[in-house]
Design a protein around this ligand. Sequence first.
Ligand SMILES: [Zn+2]
Length: 66
Amino acid sequence: MKIPLFSRANKEATDPVCHMTVNPDKPNGGSWGYEGNLYYFCAPGCKIAFQKDPESYLSGEKKIEM
Ligand SMILES: [Zn+2]
């Protein structure tokens, strides 16, 4: 039986604001639950931006370039 070498690679989340990859074990910007989903952030600024207007980021209308 083969054990995939990169099975740990699945353990990542995407910041909904800047679309950076975030480690959900220790997200620099923390996490925030919205509409039953938990979102992770690369920096506190992204979390604040998302909390102000989550729908615009989820729909792709808004995006912050880092
Ligand atoms: Zn971010």
